[in-house]
Ligand binder design. Structure first.
Ligand code: UD1
Ligand code: UDP
Length: 365
């Protein structure tokens, strides 16, 4: 039988974490599948890209598009133009995209326009908020994908409501959790707490990068006040996303943070997960971190008005706080005084999602 060719796409930090287990699973079907990897370059700082290839044991990309600057339309358009050239030369049977970033939508669009089948992993999530660039990327990608792999029940319901035929939808679990399970021992071996002089349960981990929280000066000044006040209680560990660092500098706010807000470059996966595991509470606007904390049973406060991952609220340890930071500060206080949310692990978040996905793809392609 002729081997089928699959090109998987990565572009940003969360993509690497999701695609790593898929690459591994595809490799186990090496007799039937020719698995290639394309990195669009959307995130390309060493701390946002290279470190994940090393720590997650990912293959070196077969194609690197090097597109990382510009407006949404510029990034999306340039990725489409460059990815199309690869598709024309390589003629894959399938393109696999993950998540909801511009690289996801751009590569899915380029592929379907050439009549190439598209699989979307992490399909069906909806925040209901079309002012989020990610929501547009999710809607477009799901509307054009041929195979939709879903992480949680809300995703199944959303796709059904949107009229996606049942035959295209597969409930397979969460590939991001596959990586967490796979690297458990290596995460346990991280010495990051000792390096930073931290004790388990005696610090707060925060990440912020949503445009709605970090792109305007007033929101960012309010974030700085929140971090400084929170750090009176416990040290606050803040690995800063490049978007946020750039804006803190631009608005002249970097120097306003007190020393007990421990500012770090974006961390590698193993150190970041070790910090998550032992944090008293994680305060974040990330998508993926809501899921990881739920899996780990770590308290999570999400600083957003909505979430596309409602299962983390319904059964997990996540609490949606809105973006009013005094309200978030009160929630932090509640957790510090012992009012913790109990959670359970969502269905099929068991470390085997990628294998389930790849088995389906092997049969379909
Ligand atoms: C992107 C995704 C977002 C995801 C996030 C994960 C879109 C629309 N947004 O947001 O959904 O949650 O990645 O982290 O796709 N930058 C660097 N070096 C890097 C990466 C980013 O300097 O390695 C800076 C650049 O100034 C860039 C800015 O960050 O212009 C924004 O990067 P971009 O990829 O457009 O959006 P993110 O905010 O990273
Ligand atoms: N992460 C990391 N180092 C950091 C911050 C986050 O390795 O300094 C990991 C985190 O564990 C999760 C992923 O990056 O797996 C989430 O990425 P991000 O928050 O940038 O994107 P989102 O999930 O919001 O799209």
């Amino acid at each position: 039988m002729k081997k089928r060719k699959i090109i998987s796409v990565v572009g940003t930090r969360p993509n690497f974490i999701k695609v790593a287990p898929i690459c591994r699973a595809l490799a186990t079907f090496g007799d039937r599948i020719d698995s290639l990897l394309c990195h669009t370059g959307q995130h390309s700082d060493a701390t946002m890209s290279e470190v994940f290839f090393q720590e997650l044991g990912m293959p070196i990309p077969d194609f690197f598009l090097g597109i990382n600057n510009g407006t949404h339309a510029e990034i999306t358009g340039r990725i489409m133009i460059e990815f199309e050239k690869i598709l024309v030369t390589e003629k894959p049977d399938l393109v696999l995209v993950v998540g909801d970033v511009n690289s996801t939508m751009a590569c899915a669009l380029a592929a379907v326009k050439l009549g190439i089948k598209v699989a979307h992993v992490e399909a069906g999530l909806r925040s209901g908020d079309r002012s989020m660039p990610e929501e547009i990327n999710r809607l477009v990608t799901d509307a054009i994908a041929d195979y939709l792999f879903v992480t949680e029940k809300s995703g199944m319901e959303n796709l059904q409501k949107e009229g996606v035929p049942e035959t295209k939808i597969f409930f397979t679990g969460n590939v991001m959790i596959d990586t967490l399970v796979y690297l458990d021992q290596k995460i346990a071996a991280s010495d990051v707490l000792a390096r930073l002089g931290l004790e388990p349960g005696r610090y707060i981990l925060v990440t912020f990068h949503r445009p709605s929280n970090v792109d305007d000066g007033e929101s960012l000044a309010s974030l700085v006040r929140f971090l400084n006040n929170t750090a009176i209680e416990l040290p606050v560990v803040f690995p800063i996303h490049p978007r946020t660092r750039k804006n803190l500098k631009e608005f002249g706010l970097m120097g306003d943070l007190v020393p007990s807000v421990i500012l770090l470059e974006p961390l590698g996966y193993l150190d970041f997960q070790a910090l998550t595991r032992y944090s008293k509470v994680v305060v974040t606007d990330s998508g993926g971190i809501q899921e990881e904390t739920t899996f780990l049973g770590v308290q999570c406060l999400t600083v957003r008005e909505n979430t596309e991952r409602p299962v983390t609220i319904e059964v997990g340890t996540n609490q949606l706080c809105g973006t009013d930071l005094p309200v978030v500060a009160r929630k932090v206080g509640e957790i510090l005084s012992g009012k913790e949310k109990q959670g359970t692990i969502p269905e099929m978040w068991d470390g085997n999602a990628a294998l389930r996905i790849v088995k389906i793809l092997v049969d379909l392609t």
